[in-house]
Design a protein around this ligand. Sequence first.
Ligand code: WTA
Length: 648
Amino acid sequence: MSDKIYPPSKEFVAGAHVDADRYEDLYAASINDPEAFWAEHGKRVDWMKPFTKVKNVDFTFGNVSIKWFEDGTLNVAANCIDRHLETRGDQTAIIWEPDEPGDAARHITYRELHENVCKMSNVLKNLGVKKGDRVVIYLPMIPEAAYAMLACARIGAIHSIVFAGFSPDALGARINGCDARLVITADSAPRGGRMTKLKDNVNQALLHDVNDVKCLVVQRSGDQIAWRSEGDYWLHEELEKVDSDCPPEEMNAEDPLFILYTSGSTGQPKGVVHTQGGYLVWAAMTHELTFDYHRGDVFWCTADVGWVTGHSYIVYGPLANGATTLMFEGVPTYPDAGRFWAVCEKHKVNQFYTAPTAIRALMGQGNDFVEKYDLSDIKVLGTVGEPINPEAWNWYNEVVGKGNCPIVDTFWQTETGGHLITPLPGAIATKPGSATKPFIGVQPVVLETESGKEITTTEASGVLALKDSWPGQMRTVWGDHDRFQATYFQQYKGYYFTGDGCRRDADGYYWITGRVDDVINVSGHRMGTAEVESALVAHSKVAEAAVVGYPHDIKGQGIYAYVTLMTGEEPSDELRKELEAWVRAEIGPIAKPDLIQWAPGLPKTRSGKIMRRILRKIAENDYGSLGDTSTLADPSVVDDLIENRRNR
Ligand code: WTA
């Protein structure tokens, strides 16, 4: 941890939306009188029928209910498009940068965006999609992904995006999970020069479909693809049948806008539900203030729309603000490790937002890749997804930002809709590795891990929870409100529990120390250890599996799997490869175990509970602090595990 502190420059502060005094004022106002504060700031979106009720929140376990602006009506797509037409119809809304640097980028104006989204909305209607229906989007990073999201929003359908790197099985589970009527996909798509056959994956996912799920296909590559016997449609053919007139549906503030599946500490991924009004207010406000976005700036968030970061900071936040948002189809290292910086130079990017794992990977490739490019348009650099180590922070600051660009380390979650703890770049001096201070309206608390007591001293260490709600908070788990309450409100009564550990220093700065539950964070992607375990035990040769995270230089955390084979099965390198491929196929490449250790036995309590704490310590190579192992049913398994621990 570094004690160095980096205040923003005087010039930056002078031009910023929010300086230190204004932050103090806004923050105090938001906490002292949230009703009045949000009655005012809720106006940053256009309402069809203005709200009269601001906030109606109950965090009591058993009774959890979260509502913001509940009697207002609006349309999210109209807020992201129509209301900008008069003032900036010819301004670029989306810059699309394709996978191949030699292929032409596209600039889509707000007027063109309007036409594309209205037409796609009419296609959805023609295919029978109605208000409240669920639509799964399984697309690469092409403009049609944004059109599809906004078309759903326009007609009141609920989208659920599945990251295009997920396997057919994972896709199928999500299609069924939200009972979708339609899947929107592409034929196949390049990423880092390699093709993914998306339509094939959809066919496989729908192999046993009994619901007659339809499939709308964007032609991206022109590759030959297999059609099902019925229910498949080309987007370009359907577009010929519709006009570009589609009035936006009037939606209630608390109608669901989207479902996004995310990993938790138990069971299969849960469908996080965000609603229309509060989410949009939050996405727009955090986008503008955290990145100090000014009109005309080019904003680039490198995430995929398959993750929440892409929802809030490629599409909804920027477009609600009338921004120019860049959408990149490729990967940071293709054709070489200079691609990010080449794109920044080419499109004169002003705010750049990426993940620590990408920074660490690029840092390892040397500074030449950065220094060849003119990055002088960059004003703010952001990170998200996992704690950033000070080395990576310093490299980002010095080599990419030339010491001139505030770094915003934004802590938040799929559940929170947008930033929770982050510096506002003109207001808060940064410290490498700290997400610093709460965003306006956010009340973080540090609780004692065991007792759940709120620690009131400035310096504190424990788990991170939130006192009271903010407009962008998730409202429920799709189809399972009990699970929502049990996951976030049961353990620490009266608070929203993040699942993260945290330290608050003497200056009141927050340092996120990572998950305290069975969620691991691999290259900034959330992964439930239970998901990987259930994929492993689904293999016929596996009797039992336990998965933990371990520190990994590039990925932040790697996936370490302890596997007990069925009696009679012999461990071998081939079997190890087979299991890796199996998990890839069951979930997707991001879930492939980095290390698999054969475990004749797993450390269990006498009641049969696996002691993950011990497995974590062994994976971390930290045997000194294994703690008391005498309560184990068979303490000798620990010696065997230590002896046969796998090295990186
Ligand atoms: C972690 C991503 C430290 C954290 C937006 C959280 C972070 C989980 C940071 C949510 C950060 C995210 N510093 N840790 N700046 N940002 N995390 O749902 O553990 O994919 O709980 O949302 O990522 O991951 P999710």
